[in-house]
Design a binder for this molecule. Structure first.
Ligand code: ATP
Ligand code: MG
Length: 245
């Protein structure tokens, strides 16, 4: 049986100014656990606005975001922040690592904020994540001592720190060279194959083609949905992890 990790019901985000502007206009979406979903669309079509709603960084004007069965629209800002900290991991086009902290310290931050692990456990997890992303030698470096691809992998490690159900990424390879793009996208693919849910906004059609599903957004609405990832002969692995409550 498939498990739904993320669902939206008639999701609307409107901003009121001199004229009201609808950024997200009635999106209904169900994303399965372990699915790799790509969001594409022209500039200004509402991709980032939708992603911020999916990751609880922003609250909808109407509609609902349901994360692992939990409706979130009526949560207080504190409750929303708690769900966000544990269920959602973010990666942005610009890494947003704290410049005065080392790679290791940046990855420790979300675990410290959550406060559920001992110092030793947090250090072990951060080291394990960074090592698995090929950064075992870079853990003591600050962001300005790392390459763009390395920084983005630290940002990925930070996003994964609290074992979120859902990883949302807004053009995570937008600033990277081809080799680093390939590496970061490969990591996102592996994350989905290990049972976490990945939602990525990208302008890169070749990368989007490798997702399990693509939704194309125009004027805040789903204009087209296409299924099936270009796995280049890979054998799909059934996700095994379950939503944690
Ligand atoms: N806070 C805001 N107030 C008013 N308009 C906004 C606000 N945030 C975004 N917009 C507008 O909403 C529309 C959608 O913006 P959004 O950032 O979601 O687009 P996008 O698809 O991510 O574009 P890009 O590909 O350039 O990143 C744009 O027209 C943008 O100018
Ligand atoms: Mg955007």
């Amino acid at each position: 049986m498939t498990e739904i990790a993320l669902q939206t019901v008639n999701l609307v985000r409107r901003v009121q100014g001199v004229i009201s502007h609808t950024l997200v206009d009635g999106i209904d979406l169900s994303v399965q656990k372990g699915e790799f979903l790509a969001i594409t669309g022209p500039s200004g079509s509402g991709k980032s606005s939708l992603l911020y709603l999916l990751g609880l960084l922003d609250a909808p004007t109407e509609g609902e975001v349901i994360i692992c069965g939990q409706a979130t629209s009526k949560l207080s800002e504190t409750e929303r922040a708690a769900v966000r900290l544990t269920k959602c991991g973010f990666v942005f086009q610009f890494h947003f690592l704290l410049p005065e902290f080392t790679a290791l310290e940046n990855v420790l931050l979300p675990m410290r904020a959550h406060g559920r692990m001992s110092t030793r456990e947090m250090n072990e997890r951060a080291m394990g994540l960074l090592t698995s992303l090929g950064l075992g030698e870079q853990t003591g470096k600050r962001p300005n001592q790392l390459s763009g691809g390395q920084r983005q992998r630290v940002a990925l490690a930070r996003a994964l720190a609290n074992r979120p159900e859902i990883i949302v990424a807004d053009e995570p390879t937008g600033n990277l060279d081809t080799a680093s793009t390939e590496q970061v996208f490969g990591i996102l693919r592996d994350i989905a194959d290990s049972g976490q849910t990945v939602v990525v906004v990208t302008h890169d059609a070749a990368l989007a083609a490798r997702a399990d599903r693509r939704i194309h957004i125009v004027d805040g609405k789903i204009h087209e949905t296409t299924f099936g990832g270009d796995r280049k002969g890979e054998i799909a692995v059934a996700p095994t992890a379950e939503c944690q409550s």
